[in-house]
Structure formats: structure tokens, C-alpha cells
Design a protein around this ligand. Structure first.
Ligand SMILES: CC(C)(COP(=O)(O)OP(=O)(O)OC[C@H]1O[C@@H](n2cnc3c(N)ncnc32)[C@H](O)[C@@H]1OP(=O)(O)O)[C@@H](O)C(=O)NCCC(=O)NCCS
Length: 218
């Protein structure tokens, strides 16, 4: 089942943050890294690079909510798109789409992103959350089924919908805390990565000086 040998060492909790337009390039890199089959599972068709770029350019961060999980190298290893209806009369419905890079699968990230999207959707007043999956997509169907979604299989495609309970003070506070924790985690990752890059630069300069010395003394 697992494509990832380190799956058992995975953390149970993971900081998930809401992404804004400043993350577009990393979102594009994440989706372009999906192979043909994963693109087919994610979008329902084998999206080309051009189609993915158009999708990323069209993301509406005001209306929708995009969530992401970053690793220490600031690579977006998992992301989810909670899409709200264009029609204000259908504001109580939203659709969930998700992707996790192969190397980060079977650690629970897909399920955590779903939980996060459910919490946000509830807090936005969504009553019905839709998931469109191919029937072969066992992992996605498990995520939906585990959450209590109703599944309707029509041949190679399966539609799932989950009825959400109304928001509570708890769900609102929990979302604020989760978002704050994730933003802090991201800020620390940015600092750590910048510092590592700086150290690498210093190492390169040192090596350059050593090489130059060796040449002049030799
Ligand atoms: C679907 C996807 C997001 C799942 O992400 P993930 O992080 O690997 O999923 P999780 O680790 O949270 O696992 C979720 C459930 O699926 C199960 N699962 C994971 N990979 C599985 C696999 N290859 N086969 C069968 N079950 C699998 C897990 O055991 C878990 O079930 P459990 O909680 O009952 O044990 C990921 O496979 C993916 O990105 N696929 C390509 C894009 C896609 O299919 N998107 C969904 C359509 S919108």
C-alpha cells in the first residue's frame, strides 16, 4: 500500500497553512511534479503542463481556500483546494481537491488536509462538501469514507458528499490556532532555509579561498 518506506516515522500532527498568491510558484511546482497518472486522478484528466499553469494562474485566493504542507526545504509536499461555488446562492456547497507528492504519501497528510478543509468549510457556513474521485482512487475514497461521506459510484467515477455540522466556537478557535501554528512553523522554516543557504555560501567561499591558496603555493 505505501509507496513511501518512511511512512511509519511520520508525524501525526502537521502544520497546515492557508496559502496566498505569493505561493503560486510553489503551487505550480508541486502540481507540475505530479506524473501523468496522478494528474489524471487529481483533475479527472491527464492535465498538460500548460493546463496546470492555467489552473494555477486562475486560482482565486479571495473566494477559495488553498491549504499546504511544506517540508524543511520549503517544498510544497501536499496541497488542497477548497473551491466555493461562483454562484452566491450555492455558497453552502464547496468542492475538495487534493494532491500529495509521491514521496510524502501514506503519512496521513491527505487525511489531515481533508480535516483542515472540513473545519474551514464549516466555519464558512458550508453545509455540503463534495469530492469527485475516480473509483480506482482507493486512498481518496478511504479519506472520504472515513470522514463519513456518502459515496455514489457511477462506473469509473465516484462522487462523494459530506454533510457538515454548523460551526461552533470550538471549530472557530481551533482553526485560528492551527493557522497561527502553521504560519509560525513556515516562518521558522524560511529562516532555517535562508541560514543554511548562507552557510553553504560561506562554505563555497572558504573552499574557493583554499583552492586559490593551493594553486599559488603549488
Ligand atoms: C489521494 C492522496 C491525496 C492521498 O494522500 P495520502 O497523504 O497518501 O493519504 P493518507 O496517508 O492520508 O491516507 C488516507 C487513507 O488512504 C489509505 N491509503 C493511502 N494510500 C493508499 C493506497 N495507495 N492504497 C490504498 N489505501 C491507501 C491510508 O491507509 C488511509 O486510510 P486509513 O486512514 O483508513 O488507514 C494521494 O494519493 C494523491 O495525491 N494522489 C494523486 C492525486 C489524487 O488522487 N487526488 C485526489 C482526487 S481530488
Amino acid at each position: 500500500m505505501t509507496e513511501n518506506p518512511e511512512a511509519s516515522k511520520a508525524p501525526v500532527t502537521v502544520p497546515i497553512r492557508s496559502l496566498g498568491p505569493g505561493h503560486r510558484a510553489r503551487i505550480a511546482a508541486h502540481l507540475l511534479a505530479l506524473d501523468e497518472h496522478d494528474r489524471y486522478l487529481r483533475f479527472g484528466y491527464g492535465a498538460t503542463d500548460e493546463q496546470i499553469k492555467r489552473y494555477v494562474a486562475s486560482l482565486d485566493f479571495e473566494r477559495d481556500e488553498i491549504f499546504g504542507i511544506y517540508n524543511r526545504k520549503l517544498e510544497l509536499i501536499a496541497m488542497a483546494h477548497l473551491a466555493f461555488s461562483h454562484d452566491p446562492a450555492m455558497r453552502s456547497c464547496a468542492e475538495f481537491g487534493v494532491s500529495v507528492l509521491k514521496k510524502a504519501r501514506a503519512r496521513g497528510y491527505g487525511a489531515r488536509l481533508f480535516d483542515r478543509a472540513v473545519m474551514h468549510a464549516r466555519n464558512e457556513g458550508v453545509e455540503l462538501l463534495f469530492i469527485h474521485a475516480l473509483s480506482e482512487n482507493t486512498a481518496m475514497i478511504k479519506i472520504a469514507r472515513n470522514a463519513g461521506a456518502t459515496l455514489e459510484r457511477a462506473g469509473s467515477e465516484t462522487d462523494a458528499h459530506l454533510r457538515l455540522p454548523p460551526a461552533t466556537l470550538d471549530s472557530r478557535v481551533n482553526e485560528l490556532i492551527d493557522e497561527q501554528v502553521a504560519k509560525t512553523d513556515y516562518r521558522l522554516k524560511v529562516q532555517a532555509k535562508n541560514f543554511w543557504d548562507f552557510l553553504m555560501g560561506v562554505q563555497e567561499v572558504r573552499q574557493g579561498v583554499r583552492d586559490a591558496r593551493r594553486k599559488t603555493s603549488g
